[in-house]
Design a protein around this ligand. Structure first.
Ligand SMILES: Nc1ncnc2c1ncn2[C@@H]1O[C@H](COP(=O)(O)OP(=O)(O)O)[C@@H](O)[C@H]1O
Ligand SMILES: [Mg+2]
Length: 156
């Protein structure tokens, strides 16, 4: 499912829309965020976390690797694997324990093995002044979510 996001507000609205499409209980969902530096991965993650009810700042997990949020719909873990070089390091950061929440992962290609555990993959790419979002369902429930979102926006 592709969607053109002309500005930051559109990326934020899309993050809210994806959150709305997820089940009330977010536990166990894993979403991968692909895209170059500045493509909008953190903007999208922040919008989703705020839409889930978080009121404070959403700091970048670049150094901490994981920023946890305990929210009414469950835990959300904002993960940034930029500094991770292999799956072994994932164990150190306690990746498996994050299964009790929704994992939103920037730079997921640092640990390719997590793709098989993921439900959704969002790729953000530069297009003119804006960005294109390409949301793909990986699991059955992820595919179902994407097909529910599809009618709401222009499909390309
Ligand atoms: N759809 C969009 N069109 C244009 N600019 C955007 C869009 N979405 C986000 N931005 C801007 O691009 C930058 C994205 O930064 P960030 O979200 O930190 O990217 P990343 O986490 O992918 O490195 C921010 O300055 C944000 O305002
Ligand atoms: Mg980022």
């Amino acid at each position: 499912m592709k969607r053109f996001l002309p500005d930051e507000a559109a990326t934020i609205a899309f993050g809210q829309e994806v959150l709305d499409a997820l089940p009330v209980d977010l536990a166990g969902w894993t979403m991968l965020l692909h895209g170059e530096l500045g493509a909008g991965k953190s903007t999208f993650a922040r919008a989703l976390i705020r839409a889930a009810g978080h009121l404070g700042p959403v700091p970048s997990p670049t150094y901490t690797l994981v920023e946890p949020y305990s929210l009414s719909r469950g835990n959300i873990y904002h993960v940034d694997l930029y500094r991770v070089s292999d799956e072994e390091e994932l164990r150190y950061l306690g990746w498996n324990e994050l299964e009790n929440g929704c994992r939103i992962v920037e730079w997921p290609d640092r640990a390719p093995g997590i793709t098989e555990q993921a439900d959704l993959a969002l790729t953000l790419t530069y297009e003119g002044e804006g960005r294109t979002a390409d949301l793909v369902g990986l699991s059955d429930r992820g595919k179902a979510l994407v097909s529910r979102l599809m009618p709401k926006g222009p499909v390309t």
